[in-house]
Design a binder for this molecule. Sequence first.
Ligand code: SF4
Ligand code: SF4
Length: 328
Amino acid sequence: MILSWNTTNKCNLKCKHCYRESGERLNGELSTKEGKELIDDICKAGFKIMIFSGGEPLMRNDIFQLINYAKNKGLRPVLGSNGTLITKEVAIKLKEAGVMAIGISLDSLNAKLHNKFRGCDNAFKDAILGMKNCRDVGLDFQIHTTIMNWNKEEIMYITDFSVAMGAIAHHIFFLVPTGRGKNIEKELLDKIEYRRLLTDIMKKQKEVSIQIKPTCAPQFIKVAESIGINSRFKKGCIAGTNYCIISPKGDVQPCAYLNEIAGNIRDIPFDYIWKNSTIFKELRTLKYEGNCGKCDFKIKCGGCRARAAFYNNGNYMAGDNSCFYYCK
Ligand code: SF4
Ligand code: SF4
């Protein structure tokens, strides 16, 4: 099971799709002490992988301490970062703290386009330098790309670039219109393009040795099976079943893009929320409605619960309208 903690809302970039609408630090973000207690409860709940994300997690002064605490508790800590603050010194400190891998965002091989999307003129240059610094100190990193209409034709080239840079994986995120992402809803792929790209991505996996993972595109499981590709991933959407996210102020949600709060860790211990909250229990029933409810693939795919909610007045058990198999 995997969990992501948005450790802070503070960020040095201003990305157009940011679900957290990050910028400034919020009043009342979890303290170091609260963070460590949270890590204790995450272990009790049986999670194995913990993502430290943000905002930009490197804007927290105690990030190395928190990562190290998680590592010593037996978790596999990973970092989700825009990469721009990873100097050689930071890379060494992350390695010493025990981080297992770092996900660095890269949305285009065209520096100008990446910088425009990320809201900073140095974003591209500094992210590439961050990757090189990770590589130089022997720290595993992977590249994260959000795929939209404007960069969809670049995606295979970014996979090739990931291989050339020495990344261990290329994770391809499909835009979900949440937070600032609502302003760029027009950048969402239509169903024909969505299906084409998922098919191309799964085929590309046969050509490269690094892991390619379509993320927040649960139909990829069915695509892989239909074209005879044995994906190493066995489940599409894992929100609330094997995954959840915690906000900078301690709200627990099934997924970053699904704005339903299962509880706050300042009121109720995380492990209790994870086991007992109504929303998690409901998601685990897999009793979906609409197209997902009737689908033979619902256990493996699950449909995107965030998109289901977004397009069905908050009903996260509704059918996933973005599905190209059953929603024409
Ligand atoms: S609900 Fe959608 S966005 Fe969230 S984890 Fe599932 S597939 Fe991804
Ligand atoms: S109908 Fe729902 S469960 Fe079936 S493939 Fe589409 S999104 Fe997945």
